[in-house]
Each structure stands twice: as structure tokens, then as C-alpha cells.
Write a protein that binds this ligand. Structure first.
Ligand code: V4E
Length: 197
């Protein structure tokens, strides 16, 4: 399955309207630690490497672009992550290898997420500990050729609730804008992050 998602910046009132007839699934709190090295080699490939709770995940662009958004694949197999990041194995412990290969903490973000279901859409209302709120509307599809249609449907839902469709930073991008502008500017100059609808 492929997750197609779009981020929105909503007021409390807009979020209340969007979730009024949605089914509340649960609230969870999790910590993401993102990593990169001093020359930003992970970010320069538009890869995003994190430990969420106890689990390492690497987001890798699929090469599929629809409505000016990259679609990412999430790699969780540790051997595949190590291969994609060209990590040398110095220890049997994956986390030790992360650090011994020169990767260090880029950001640490604690998120409180409220999850809802609205028809075929999932809504994640996230609040990060550094004061950034973002709402994601998501749909799952089976095949790459369904991505574009899913994105159009997300935009249609958003419009039906009067939500403004404008570029919105996710939690990590907002974090690095605020706390690591050199990282942000480097990737922005390379065209890796920028204005996306
Ligand atoms: C993929 C990505 C980043 C990693 C953070 O991904 P995101 O979906 O924002 O995090 P989150 O917490 O919602 O994860 P989930 O729970 O959905 O798995 S940071 C930047 N990107 C890619 C990217 C880009 N290259 N340019 C722009 C403008 N936005 C995002």
C-alpha cells in the first residue's frame, strides 16, 4: 500500500469542522529523533532518517511525483537502511553503527497525534512540542497510477471544508527552519525542499 498525504495548517475551528463527523480513533504521543551527518548527506538525497520510539525508519523518494509532491517509501528493514546509507558495520547494535558512521541527532520532536477516520480518509492532527501544529489528510492506494487521483480527492475534501490549499511545513521542516537554518538553506538551494502545493 502507498500512503498519499497532504499537510494543512488549520485553525482550531477548521479542525473542529473537519473532524465533527469523523470517527476518533486514538491519541498517541511519540518521539522522533532525526539523523544526518555534518555534510548533510542524507538530506541532500531527499532521504529522511529517523528513530520513532524504538524503531528506525528511512523515508526514500519513490521517483513518483504527482501534483508537485514527492511520494516516499518507508524502509524499516535495518539491513536495507544500512545498505541505502552505505553504513559500515562496526558493531552488532544498529544504533551504535548509526553514530559510529558519523550520523548525529538533527532534531528531536515529541508529537501528540490525534487520529480520525473520515470515510476513506485518515486525518492526523499533530501538535509538536516546540509549538507547531499540522494536520495531515491521507488516503491509501494500492498502485502508483492511483496516486494522482488520491491527491485530487484529498484536495476535493479539503475544498469541501473550505480549507486553504497552500504550502505547509511538516514538523521537521518547521523545526529546522527555526533551529537549524543552515541545514534548511542548504537543502533549499539544492531544490530538495521548497514551495510545494
Ligand atoms: C519526507 C520528509 C520529511 C520527513 C518527515 O516526514 P513527515 O511526513 O513530515 O513526518 P510525519 O511525522 O508526519 O511522519 P508520518 O507519521 O506521516 O510517517 S521532512 C521533508 N520531507 C520531504 C519534503 C520535502 N522534500 N519538501 C517539502 C516542502 N516537504 C517535505
Amino acid at each position: 500500500m502507498i500512503e498519499v498525504e497532504k499537510k494543512f495548517s488549520l485553525t482550531e475551528e477548521q479542525l473542529a469542522r473537519l473532524t465533527k463527523d469523523a470517527l476518533f480513533l486514538h491519541q498517541q504521543k511519540f518521539t522522533d529523533i532525526y539523523f544526518d551527518n555534518s555534510t548533510f548527506d542524507i538530506g541532500k538525497r531527499n532521504f529522511w532518517f529517523r528513530k520513532r520510539g524504538d524503531n528506525f525508519e528511512l523515508k526514500v523518494p519513490t521517483g513518483v511525483q504527482a501534483v508537485a509532491m514527492n511520494v516516499f517509501r518507508e524502509v524499516t528493514d535495518l539491513r536495507e537502511i544500512a545498505a541505502l546509507l552505505s553504513m559500515k558495520q562496526h558493531s552488532d547494535d544498529f544504533e551504535e553503527n548509526v553514530y559510529s558512521n558519523g550520523f548525529e541527532k538533527l532534531a528531536e520532536i515529541v508529537t501528540t497525534r490525534r487520529k480520525y477516520k473520515l470515510g476513506d480518509y485518515t486525518i492526523d492532527a499533530d501538535e509538536a512540542d516546540f509549538g507547531h501544529r499540522v494536520c495531515e489528510i491521507e488516503r491509501m492506494v494500492d498502485r502508483e497510477d492511483q496516486i494522482e487521483e488520491a491527491q485530487v480527492k484529498i484536495f476535493e475534501l479539503a475544498r469541501s471544508f473550505g480549507l486553504e490549499i497552500k504550502p505547509t511545513h511538516g514538523k521537521l521542516l518547521e523545526y529546522i527552519v527555526r533551529y537549524n537554518p543552515t541545514y534548511y538553506e542548504t537543502l533549499e538551494k539544492l531544490g530538495i525542499i521548497g514551495t510545494r502545493v
